[in-house]
Design a protein around this ligand. Structure first.
Ligand code: AKG
Ligand code: FE2
Length: 286
């Protein structure tokens, strides 16, 4: 069985974390969330999860997605619209910013939040199909390189039995067609508050939950190049009323700043009335 390098969120220089990601495509970042943040976040999520139906009551974009997520996972999607802790502490987490800049700055002017959802893997959940998250943008030529950075943050202790994420270290450097064997899988067992961070090209899956009654509460959070269509529609998840009181960084990550590629030979994207929506928010016009 393969292993994932473990590094500490605060004590490790970010360059070391980036180097581990370049080499292995995945790294466990210990103590990614401070204990106080973890407690606050879980308290905020408790009622949302209590109301969530396993398998989303069968409501998915299509039956293949339903099979991918399965019937035993509770989802709280669109966290940017539902959780202040998510926006204040997770979306703007400085480590995401540093890692996203390291991998995505070569291909975009700014990155944005792609997805932020709780995945509470329940007893009976089977391991997901091994996949690469950036396969969702299969029209983008692979020669473009990394266009996404992703993570699963543990909100309870992650164990092999309760469905810890599995990753394939080094698969970010593989030919796209190569399949992983079982001995190439590594299980991201980690304490609550830690995160497994991985690249969009790294093979991984949510793990199977073989316990009787233990739920694996984690959040799946990813960022992508700012010119991509995001998996969750963040403008509708977090509309202008939600974005107005936020700081500049959060607004930018939620897509309220135009992606301005004019100086690098491209064009501008995401403008409203020819300016950044964030400027309209400031002017009271949005
Ligand atoms: O929940 C997990 O551990 C991983 C989920 C995942 O990889 C996905 O839904 O794309
Ligand atoms: Fe995934």
């Amino acid at each position: 069985m393969a292993a994932i390098q473990r590094l500490h969120a605060v004590r490790t220089p970010v360059e070391t974390i980036v180097a581990a990601l370049e080499r292995d495509g995945a790294v466990i970042v210990e103590d990614f969330l401070a204990p106080e943040v973890l407690t606050r976040f879980n308290a905020e999520l408790d009622p949302l999860l209590a109301a969530a139906r396993p398998g989303n009551d069968g409501q998915f974009v299509n039956p293949l997605i339903a099979a991918f997520y399965g019937e035993h996972v509770r989802h709280v999607t669109g966290l940017a619209g539902k959780s202040a802790t998510f926006v204040d502490e997770v979306v703007v987490h400085p480590l995401y910013d540093a890692v996203a800049k390291a991998f995505l700055a070569p291909v975009c002017e700014q990155h944005v939040l792609n997805l932020g959802q709780v995945m509470d893997r329940g007893p009976g959940a089977e391991r997901q199909l091994l996949h690469r998250d950036q396969q969702v943008w299969h029209h983008v030529p692979r020669s473009v390189g990394e266009i996404q950075i992703a993570s699963v943050v543990a909100l309870v202790d992650f164990t092999e039995a309760n469905g810890a994420t599995v990753v394939v270290p080094g698969s970010n450097t593989w030919d796209w067609d190569r399949k992983a064997t079982d001995d190439e899988l590594a299980v991201a067992e980690m304490r609550a508050g830690s995160a497994v961070v991985y690249l969009g090209s790294t093979i991984h899956a949510g793990g199977g939950n073989t316990t009787e009654n233990a739920w694996r509460r984690g959040i799946h959070v990813s960022f992508c190049a700012g010119w991509l269509r995001t998996e969750e529609n963040q403008y509708l998840v977090a509309g202008p009323d939600r974005a107005r009181p936020l700081g500049a960084d959060a607004r930018r990550l939620l897509g309220y700043t135009a992606h301005d590629g004019i100086m690098t030979g491209g064009g501008y994207l995401g403008a409203v009335e020819l300016v950044s929506p964030a400027d309209l928010l400031d002017a009271g016009a949005l």
